[in-house]
Design a protein around this ligand. Structure first.
Ligand SMILES: NC(=O)c1ccc[n+]([C@@H]2O[C@H](COP(=O)([O-])OP(=O)(O)OC[C@H]3O[C@@H](n4cnc5c(N)ncnc54)[C@H](OP(=O)(O)O)[C@@H]3O)[C@@H](O)[C@H]2O)c1
Length: 236
């Protein structure tokens, strides 16, 4: 894939899926800006990525900051928004304020980034949902609702922001730092258990998702879609 001369902004590019996407985009020749809250994580990622990558501290929860960030960045070709932090928990036990903060981060964060980014007519936006939108699981109700909202937003923006293309990637379980809240033992058991049930007999790696994001950047005839990259997780 050739992204020579293209400008890519990845909000949440310092970790997991965003970091793998940044590496893939830089390898394809793009000029990449990664953004996130922690400057330390951004600096580490910058070293890990190497090549043509700039870093910028940004919290998607703050509308003014998002607006200023995109005004300073100017016109870009591609916007990728894996950045979010969410809290999960049993429906009656999760604090309502935590559920709302999760929505603020993953839904409203993506909404604000898409709203203020200035994207070239031939460019595109990639949003992130997750299989929980179609395959809910107890303890994750708010994430199911957020993912469904992101998917609906993606379809609506594919019309309203056209000719800019807007697509959503829906990952299954992917080994990223998002699971660092679990103990190593819990995490390994969860990954193994998930892998054993999936048709592909493994969980995802960030590069699986990054390859899909690059496909969506390059394919000028794909818009308004939700692409599942989940090892067949919706079939079981
Ligand atoms: N991994 C999975 O199994 C999985 C499954 C389904 C869906 N997904 C979705 O895929 C996307 C990427 O997930 P991941 O696993 O790669 O997550 P991750 O490793 O936790 O990375 C999240 C990234 O977002 C940044 N971020 C968090 N809150 C932010 C905010 N308010 N403003 C700006 N940046 C923020 C983080 O950096 P800072 O903390 O420094 O801000 C980090 O760079 C997410 O939307 C996630 O819900 C993942």
């Amino acid at each position: 894939m050739n992204l020579q001369g293209k400008r890519v902004v990845i909000i949440g590019g310092s970790s997991g899926i965003g970091l793998a996407t940044a590496k893939a985009a830089v390898s394809a020749g793009a000029k990449v800006i990664i953004a996130g809250r922690s400057v330390q994580k951004l600096k580490q990622a910058q070293v890990e990525i190497g090549g043509d990558v700039e870093i910028s501290s940004l919290d998607l929860l703050h509308e003014d900051a998002v607006k200023m960030f995109f005004a300073a960045v100017g016109i870009i070709d591609y916007l990728v928004i894996p950045g979010s932090s969410v809290k999960t928990g049993a429906f009656r036990e999760l604090e309502t304020s935590d559920a709302q903060k999760s929505m603020d981060s993953k839904f409203w964060g993506a909404y604000l980034a898409a709203k203020y980014a200035q994207i070239h007519d031939q460019g595109s936006i990639v949003l992130f949902s997750g299989t929980l939108s179609h395959r809910p699981s107890p303890g994750y109700a708010v994430i199911s609702a957020i993912n469904a909202a992101v998917e609906a937003l993606g379809r609506a923006l594919a019309l309203e922001l056209a000719p800019v293309r807007v697509n959503v990637v829906s990952p299954g379980v992917v080994a990223t730092p998002v699971y660092e809240g679990m103990s190593q033992e819990q995490r390994e058991a969860f990954f193994q258990n998930t892998a054993s049930k999936l048709p592909v007999k493994r969980i995802g790696i960030p590069e699986d998702i990054a390859a899909t994001v690059l496909y969506l950047m390059n394919n000028g005839f794909t818009t308004g879609t939700v692409i599942g990259v989940d090892g067949g997780g919706l079939l079981i």
